[in-house]
Design a protein around this ligand. Structure first.
Ligand code: ZN
Length: 222
């Protein structure tokens, strides 16, 4: 397994990932939300040059199983085998930290990584989509509110225990926040933070239609 950060600088990764969300995923999400689906999207990129192999978006209007990630995986595996890159040579990009269904689907498909822009907490609090955290808390053996104490230079700080192992022999999960934090130059970090915020604002603009869709589906999601 190779960590994306060992292959590319955080700025090169953020450039490619932000461009992919802006140019490839967001237009699809915009159309899907207008047609009644939710706004989560995903893409598969080559680790080597960060080119986009396939990008798609949530298709829950067709089936509750077609989250952005699961639909993207389904479509990716419909590419003829002789034209489809090995998943071990690919990065999995997702706009939102993958739910338990999608996290498992990514791993069962053979990927050893994913990179996400919005955290579970943002999905829960900003988009008011509570299923991701609720399923972890209610079904899996994750105890809500459990905190782990972590030493820091300022003393002890409390952090909520992650819902899954962020680094293991099977998986490296990276957030955009971690990529931003890995940029050493302060000014450059600030420029890229603005870039990510701009992208998030474009998703914020989809949220009104998204909320309408979500409330009409509230009986079908947890
Ligand atoms: Zn999902």
């Amino acid at each position: 397994m190779t960590d994306a950060l060992t292959l590319h600088s955080p700025t090169k990764l953020l450039d490619a990932l932000c461009t992919c969300i802006e140019k490839d995923i967001h237009p699809l999400s915009e159309a899907a939300v207008a047609a009644g689906s939710k706004l989560f999207g995903a893409a598969i990129l080559l680790k080597s040059d960060l080119s986009v192999v396939y990008a798609d978006t949530n298709q829950e209007r067709g089936s509750p199983l077609w989250h952005g990630e699961t639909w993207t995986l389904k479509q990716f595996f419909e590419i003829p085998v002789d034209k489809r890159p090995d998943v071990k040579n690919c990065l999995f990009l997702t706009t939102h930290e993958p739910c338990s269904l999608c996290l498992s689907a990514i791993l069962w498909s053979g990927f050893d990584n994913f990179i996400y822009m919005y955290t579970y907490e943002e999905t829960h609090n900003v988009f008011e989509c509570h299923g991701d955290l609720d399923i972890f808390n209610d079904v899996f053996n994750v105890r809500e509110g459990e905190v782990a104490r972590q030493a820091s230079l300022d003393g002890l700080v409390s952090q909520v225990r992650p819902q899954y192992k962020l680094r293991s022999s099977r998986l490296v999960a990276l957030s955009f926040a971690e990529l931003l934090a890995a940029i050493v130059d302060k000014e450059e970090r600030s420029t890229y933070a603005d870039k990510v915020e701009g992208l998030k604002r474009s998703y914020g603009r989809l949220s009104e239609a998204y909320r309408r869709n979500m409330s009409s589906k509230e009986n079908t999601i947890i």
